[in-house]
Design a protein around this ligand. Structure first.
Ligand code: NCD
Length: 349
């Protein structure tokens, strides 16, 4: 199967969808299609990453994403190590860069990282020869979640160009919303965000989306609705309306779906808070593709791991051929202004 994949992916890391071209996004989606076939086989494994080691470094809680990356790496025959920051030296005050460098010294090829600070994955990537995959950084980006959402939409609707997606919920604190907006708009979809005013970030319209505070209006023209959880764990001050009030005004219910397009697709990245952002009937109903999203996540993460591993191998091979090029690489020693931000940790937005 792998001989079928003509990857011209050149990035060592996958940090966000903002910096990717539509072609690069389509390449990941196409690669994931091939891997989806693998996970449907009785023997769900290919040797693509045999001999590679992936570390899952999660500084925030996760069920789906961490397990999904672990399964994806195992399906590609990589060795996987999960680091829980609760039981690691992070608890003893080690900086992110020191943790990363120590992991790298153990000859690890890829680090999948989740962190509560925006920019954490990008900072680690700048200091590391290993590939970094961002599994969610603060409110900033969660590229593989958006890719699996887009993959699921494409599977259901046959295309992304010209479709209309409503993203409803806590847009302000959501990395899933941001990555979805970058990815969907680059591929030519229309996006409307819908939430109470305090949960819409300033200048979001500059990302090419429409805004409404009326849920009926958001649903009326949408081919799909991606429903987001309230990010209660983020430092959100008074932004949250009362939960019951929120459900009354913005919750996705069967009554509301009756007024939407008949086959509207209902998505959610999980974890769902039933009775707050959507009713149980909708979460488990005929329009919901929530569990299909979870399955598709494995194929997307296999594609991401495969493509960055391949690109990093080519990069290393080029460096070995041309030692002069290596001297010019800025990797190991960051400029002084970076050192200070590294020492104090990262900006939390
Ligand atoms: C999302 C996340 O962690 O950003 N969940 C996920 O990755 N499946 C969304 C959320 O936590 O609400």
């Amino acid at each position: 199967m792998n001989t079928m994949i003509k990857a011209d992916w050149t990035r060592k890391d996958l940090l966000g969808l903002r910096e990717l071209s539509a072609e690069e996004i389509s390449l990941i989606l196409g690669t994931a299609e091939s891997f989806k076939e693998v996970i449907g086989r009785p023997i769900k494994k290919v040797p693509a990453l045999r001999g590679k080691t992936v570390v899952n470094l999660f500084y925030e809680p996760s069920t789906r994403t961490r397990i999904s990356f672990e399964i994806a790496a195992k399906r590609l025959s990589a060795d996987v190590i999960n680091i829980s920051t609760e039981t690691s030296s992070v608890r003893k005050g080690e900086t992110l860069i020191d943790t990363g460098r120590n992991i790298e010294a153990l000859k690890v090829d890829m680090i999948v990282m989740r962190h509560s600070c925006s920019g954490a994955a990008a900072m680690l990537a700048r200091h590391m020869g290993a590939s970094i995959i961002n599994a969610g950084d603060g409110w900033h980006e969660h590229p593989t979640q958006a890719l699996l959402d887009i993959f699921t939409l494409k599977e259901k609707l046959g295309r992304i160009e010209g479709i209309h997606v409503a993203i409803v919920g806590d847009i302000a604190h959501s990395r899933v919303a941001r990555s979805n907006i970058w990815g969907l708009t680059k591929l030519g979809a229309r996006v409307t965000v819908c939430a109470p005013p305090l949960l819409i970030p300033p200048r979001i319209e500059e990302m090419g989306v429409s805004i409404t505070h009326n849920i009926e209006e958001a649903l009326s023209e949408a081919d799909a609705v991606n429903v987001l959880r309230m990010q209660f764990e983020r430092d959100t001050g008074d932004a949250f309306p009362q939960q019951l009030e929120y459900f009354k005004n913005f919750g996705i219910t069967e009554e509301r779906l009756k007024k939407a397009k008949k086959n509207i697709i209902v998505m959610h990245p999980g974890p769902i808070n039933r009775g707050i952002e959507m009713s149980s009937e909708v979460a488990d109903g005929a329009n919901s593709v929530i569990l299909e999203q979870v399955t598709n996540g494995i194929a997307i993460r296999m594609a991401a791991l495969f493509l960055v591993a391949q690109a990093n191998d080519s990069r290393k091979a080029r460096k070995t051929k041309s030692p002069k090029a290596e001297v010019r690489q800025p990797a190991a020693d960051p400029p002084p202004q970076e050192r200070s931000s590294e020492a104090v940790g990262l900006r939390k937005i």
